[in-house]
Design a protein around this ligand. Structure first.
Ligand SMILES: [Cu+2]
Length: 408
């Protein structure tokens, strides 16, 4: 059957030879560099640790040599087998074996897919809790059903046909050069299906970026820095005042413009909680003070960069309160979260904010409790820590005393 199996063995031997050489060479290089770095650190005195590195290099070299010898044995054996015309696969029916292996592989593949569906499906996010998020979910589901159907049918047929129509001396393959009608069908049907998905996708995109809002959105600023978020809510005037990065100081971390009246009643919130009202459009204005961060709120299908020097924003409408989602997921400890969507540094994980969606009355009450940026008198007490299921320590930012910067 495999007349040239010795050649295959040779190719394999050369491949392993290459791997072994690369392994030894790379290992030596890395270890050598490490040893040199350590020696440089230690100064002119010989570091015993560096000595140890050379021993390990020697061991690796011996290992590589052993591997080379083994490959040489395989190579010579294969040469010898060819000379005496020894072929272990002489009576092996490769067609039958291939067909059987295909069937076994197909069964393992199917089992793996079922395993994935059972054990990893629960990790998928629950349905989105925002107006545009529901549209994205819908688009996702339509795409998944279409591609899923095609996947199941084509993969099942692929493995079934490979087994059912394996080579047989009793059967001759049908010569079937072309069929225009068939080609037309298998070109047009996928083209139409893709057109539907693409056009629907364009509609969803437009709905996300140009939403039809019944009310003016509530504007909240979300400012990122290594490694925390600072939030700014507008006061009674429902307007966020101007800011200028040049005005950023310890007392004015967001660089608010004290000459702009609209900024006076703004509330700068040092908290690990972002409160939003349910069923009200909200625009989150993002910016960053140092490096690239990301405003990632997965349950609402929101993911926007926070970029230094380039303000970004996103408008969405939450449709489910935290309590409703807790009931829906059956998890009394469920919390919506905002995370930083960019790996912004060593304490990146710190940029977690619990997002609390509540009715409008509770939201207004919470905002009213937040101190304004500019206060003539310091508050008698530090603001109360927000109630949350978040682990201890996550609300500590809320207890930072409010600054007493004054205009006068
Ligand atoms: Cu970040």
């Amino acid at each position: 059957m495999w007349k040239n199996w010795t050649c295959k063995a040779c190719t394999l031997a050369v491949f392993f030879l290459f791997l072994a050489t690369a392994h030894v060479a790379f290992g030596q290089k890395t270890l050598g560099a490490e040893a040199a770095a350590r020696a440089a650190e230690a100064g002119p005195v010989v570091d015993p640790a560096a000595k140890g590195e050379w021993v390990s290099i020697l061991i690796k070299a011996v290992q590589g040599l052993g591997l080379l010898l083994l490959l040489l044995v395989v190579f010579l054996t294969s040469r010898l087998a060819r000379l005496v015309d020894f072929d272990p696969f002489k009576n092996w029916n490769a067609n039958v074996m291939n067909a059987r292996m295909f069937a076994v592989f197909g069964a393992i593949f199917a089992g793996f897919i079922l395993y994935e569906l059972k054990y990893h499906a629960p990790y998928i996010l629950p349905s989105s809790a925002s107006v545009h998020g529901a549209e994205i979910d819908n688009l996702y589901n339509i795409t998944l059903i279409m591609t899923g159907l095609v996947f199941v049918i084509t993969q099942a047929l692929l493995f079934f046909y490979a087994f059912r129509y394996q080579n047989s001396p009793r059967r001759k393959a049908l010569y079937y050069p072309d069929n225009h009608k068939l080609e037309l069908i298998w070109t047009l049907v996928p083209a139409l299906a893709l057109a539907v998905v693409v056009l629907y996708g364009v509609k969803v995109w437009n709905d996300i970026h140009h939403p039809q809002l019944a009310q003016e959105p509530i504007r909240i600023e979300v400012v990122a820095e290594q490694f925390k978020w600072t939030l700014r809510y507008s006061g009674d005037d429902a307007t966020l005042g101007k800011y200028d990065y040049k005005k950023i100081t310890g007392d004015n971390p967001l660089g608010l413009d004290s000459l702009d009246k609209a900024a006076h009643d703004d509330k700068v919130v040092y908290t690990k909680e972002l409160h939003l009202p349910v069923n009200r459009p909200v625009t989150l204005h993002a910016r960053a003070k140092d490096v690239l961060h990301g405003m990632y709120i997965p349950h609402f299908a929101v993911n926007v960069y926070a970029v230094p020097g380039m303000p970004t924003q996103f408008t969405f409408t939450p449709t489910m309160t935290t309590d409703q989602m807790r009931r829906k997921t059956g998890n009394p400890k469920f919390n919506y979260e905002m995370a930083c969507g960019q790996l912004c540094g060593s304490s990146h994980y710190n940029m977690r904010v619990v997002v609390i969606i509540e009715d409008e009355a509770s939201y207004k009450k919470w905002v009213a409790e937040q101190p304004t940026w500019i206060t003539k008198d310091a508050p008698a007490t530090a603001p109360e820590a927000p109630k949350s299921d978040a682990p201890k320590g996550q609300t500590a930012m809320n207890q930072i005393p409010v600054r007493t910067a004054s205009l006068q």
